[in-house]
Design a protein around this ligand. Structure first.
Ligand SMILES: O=C(O)CCC(=O)C(=O)O
Length: 267
């Protein structure tokens, strides 16, 4: 769990480094499974794939089903369906941290892979995670936390995440779009020192959802893959759903089970 010092940093800066939480063996299995999924050797119903279009313009392709073996997926969601990834998502360290920051019953808004392929990678402009686009029953930001793990070394050259420390205290700047407006950028980004979250393979960082963050294109020959889970209070539901559907449960009595996920794979 977070020490008092780490907790103070999270509250002051909106992010805190956790270091590595998985053993080398666990991490190799995670990277192997990443390749198995991007290359189509392992498939799970309901995962969502989006190919990278590349470029310094924020232009995204359509998302949908698996589109064939590729190292060029930009974003893939639904990793909680995979037993290796679910086990990592339910790591005891993440349980302790989310218990501190959120509570006992914790769901995941999304379990997501984000990639900047070598010499490609679409720019992701400054944004906050939340707002009407997320369509959630709670938007106060206190009951969310994103945990981001580097699957490759994340560096300034290959498009690591860049943040404006302390910007989470601004709250949600716009309830509408999640990309920060030009006006807010002038006021809250320009002339505010940013930090590039360079991470070694396996290193983990916890981000407050309202922290202003972005990532650039990949100007190197090394892929920049990351695994990002937005943990939140298990009671949060989609506002659009009449039946108040909640999200996949990660921690708590009704949490997803790795054994069930394994059984589904061998069925
Ligand atoms: O991985 C990235 O480049 C951005 C990730 C992000 O915005 C997130 O995890 O919320």
């Amino acid at each position: 769990m977070l020490s008092d010092k780490q907790l103070a940093q999270y509250h002051a800066d909106g992010y805190v480094r956790l270091g590595k939480v998985a053993t080398d063996e666990e991490f190799d299995a995670l990277r192997q499974r990443t390749d198995d999924i991007t290359q189509g050797r392992v498939q799970h119903d309901g995962m969502w794939f989006q190919l990278d279009l590349g470029g310094a313009e924020y232009k995204l392709g359509p998302g949908g089903k698996f589109a064939g073996p590729s190292d060029d997926y930009r974003k893939i969601e639904g990793w909680e369906r995979d037993p290796v990834y679910l086990a990592y998502t339910q790591h005891p360290v993440f349980q302790a941290v989310t218990r501190q920051l959120i509570g006992e019953r914790v769901s995941a808004y999304r379990c997501m892979f984000m990639n900047k392929p070598p010499r490609k990678g679409t720019v992701l402009p400054y944004h906050q995670d939340g707002g009407d686009g997320w369509g959630l029953s709670s938007v106060d930001g206190a009951d969310y936390a994103t945990i981001w793990t580097a699957l490759d070394p994340a560096t300034k050259a290959n498009g690591c995440v860049e943040v404006v420390p302390g910007s989470h205290t601004l709250g949600l700047l716009s309830k509408r779009g999640h990309v920060v407006s030009e006006e807010d950028k002038r006021e809250h980004v320009e002339n505010h020192p940013s930090v590039f979250l360079e991470l070694d393979v396996g290193e983990v960082v916890v981000l407050h959802n309202f922290l202003l963050h972005r990532s650039g294109v990949n100007e190197s020959d090394i892929a920049r893959r990351g695994y990002s889970v937005c943990y939140m209070d298990g009671a949060i539901h989609r506002t659009a759903d009449e039946d108040r559907k909640t999200f996949p449960m990660i921690f708590g009595d009704d949490a997803l089970s790795v054994l069930d996920a394994e059984a589904r794979m061998s069925a």
